[in-house]
Design a protein around this ligand. Structure first.
Ligand code: GRF
Length: 238
């Protein structure tokens, strides 16, 4: 069984770091990019834990190999979805994250989770939202015949891929693309975007105001200050 941590003392690790908890369901190539950037000293943040909704998520081993605590919270281990949602939120809270990243986490979270992490729960999606939400973004883009698609980073709200957008990157669709080829091309751009944007959030803080997401501190101010700004989160959702 892969469940290396989830202990309440998780919050005591990495004092002073900008703390990330990453949620996955699969291979974890986005997670791998975050960990690699951290190990190279280029992330500006620390992955303090990795959580999954299934023990088979390959990214769990990747995290464990990197010495990152992992946990698994399965829906089926709870009487209902609300119970799972609370348990997942509790697991994450134990690591006191500044930001929670869904990197291929294939579960919609519920009200309690969003109450606790709603303006600091980031999801990476493999299309240019609002086009092609859901779990078949690249296939849907190919079937529609668009010439450009991409990846979107957004703060999760109570809809499906509807939350306020932090960043987007465009990726060309080639005439002879297969779904796998397009998926991989998107993933490469998606990983770069995720690493870059997490660093920006950590350095500059952020505000979510309605549908608008902005970085709080200017690039120049963040460069001239050794201090990391506390994220300022406005709850003024429209
Ligand atoms: C990403 O492309 C993400 O957009 C989608 O699932 C994929 C996860 O890939 N929701 P990985 O597990 O990080 O390799």
């Amino acid at each position: 069984m892969i469940d290396h941590a989830g202990t309440a003392d998780g919050a005591a690790d990495h004092p002073g770091a900008f703390r990330l908890v990453v949620l996955i369901s699969g291979g974890g190539s986005n997670l791998a990019a975050l960990i690699a950037a951290e190990q190279a000293g280029e992330l500006g943040a620390t992955v303090v834990a990795v959580g999954a909704d299934r023990p088979s998520a390959a990214g769990l081993q990747l995290a464990a190999d990197a010495g990152v605590p992992t946990f698994v919270e399965r829906v089926g281990d709870h009487p209902d979805r609300v119970g799972w949602d609370h348990a997942l939120a509790d697991r994450i809270s134990a690591f006191a994250p500044d930001l929670v990243v869904s990197a291929g986490f294939l579960k919609l979270v519920g009200d309690e989770f969003l109450r606790r992490f709603g303006d600091r729960y980031l999801n990476t999606h493999n299309s240019l939202l609002p086009a092609f939400p859901g779990i078949h973004g690249p296939a849907d883009a190919l079937a529609y015949g668009v010439k450009v698609t991409g990846a979107t980073l957004f703060f999760v709200d109570d809809g499906v891929d509807t939350g306020p957008i932090l960043a987007q990157v465009a990726v060309p669709v080639h005439d002879d693309d297969t779904v796998d080829e397009l998926t991989e091309r998107i993933k490469q751009a998606e990983r770069r975007q995720l690493v870059e944007q997490v660093g920006l959030l950590a350095r500059r803080g952020w505000t979510v105001n309605g549908r608008r997401v902005s970085l709080t501190v200017s690039e120049r101010a963040s460069e001239s200050s050794a201090q990391r700004p506390a994220p300022q989160r406005s709850k003024g959702r429209a």
